[in-house]
Design a protein around this ligand. Sequence first.
Ligand code: 2IT
Length: 450
Amino acid sequence: MTTQVDDYIDAIVEDVKRRDPDQPEFHQAVEEVAHSLAPVLSQRPVYREMRVLERMVEPERAIHFRVPWMDDEGVVQVNRGFRVQMNGAIGPYKGGLRFAPSVNLGVMKFLAFEQVFKNALTQLPMGGGKGGADFDPRGKSDAEVMRFCQSFMTELWRYIGPNTDVPAGDIGVGAREVGFMFGQYKRLAAEFTGVLTGKKLDWGGSLMRPEATGYGTAYFLAEVLATDDTTLEGKTIAISGYGNVGAFFIEKANDLGAKVVTIGDEFGFVHDPDGISGDKLEFLKPLWTIHRRPAKDYADEFGLKWVEGKRPWVVPCDVAVPTATQNELDGASAEALIANGCRYVVEAANMPSTPEAIAAFSAAGVKFGPGKAVNAGGVATSGLEMSQNSLRLNWTSEEVDARLHGIMKGIHRTCLRAAEEFGMAGDYVAGANIAGFTKVADAMLDQGVV
Ligand code: 2IT
């Protein structure tokens, strides 16, 4: 039976690769999920009979469009825009927009695929989508960013809406970009609606949305540590990215008594053994999110050594939290972390660990939380922003934070329960994939062949 299911899964993965050979990130995301579903596909043959997984790997819709805009020198620039509406079985499509040079259709599909499972884990009614553009926000003026965002939304607006598809931020898209896109949508639709999340507080945003992904990661980590009867108190933590997610993770980790000792980017990293806190954290917070400046500025500002061309995974730590981007932590980095005493890894970014890294952690007994569970606090709080928009009310930060904390504890519990039920106790990867899959799959079965 198991071999038969394994063959069935292999055939689906092969088909995904054959159809879109140039989408390696999407293959990677599908492969990880598909293989961990073997026990559930084996126990519940109806999912195979009704071709649920085959349908889930095909976006319901993928929009690909031209984004022309004029830079400050009067030169016309052309970027590519995307929105992948992956799965709408349990609610309107929901997921961020990423502006980064590495964006292409395969990257969008991997992110949208991950988002389907992540959103299901939050237990809020949100389908999965993702979008963005191959636009590099570094070194652009506010006026250039505005013109780009307006051009992007002039095309996207007809495909989205508060009950259809609700985008938000991701890498390179923060409150500024959400503001410009919201303004353009409002003008085109002639309606004030909650069509984007991550809005500023005064025009429909939610308290705690900026903090949510980082705080949620710390809450999830606390739950993982609690399974070993320990806490964040006194732990040394290595992280990578220093954007919205990294900065607010540091803030909450500090509150809970831990010390975060690294940040970095694709050019290198800085080791701050005393920990990033106080004035140093205040300097760091706007460094990427507002100024779009390199991580080296932090080293220069505080007289610390900048390590060129390396990732932070070579420093001794108890916990590693990749907070930047896909495949930033490879097999060799995982081995280095393990050799240096790292016992816990939780992914605040989307798919930051390569399959080799995950295998190394598993072999060494390192507890590993996958991004779709760990970083779900961001989209969960977007879901809470949608609720508040519908109610036309604002909740207090205490109220939003309490809900976020409850959701993160719930996701942790759900992952462990699903893993246990299907014979893979303690495996957060299997638990997250199985729990997210069954929720969406059951809704798809109820709704017929659509
Ligand atoms: O990867 C993610 O979950 C996000 N970028 C947040 C998506 C959202 O809709 O808040």
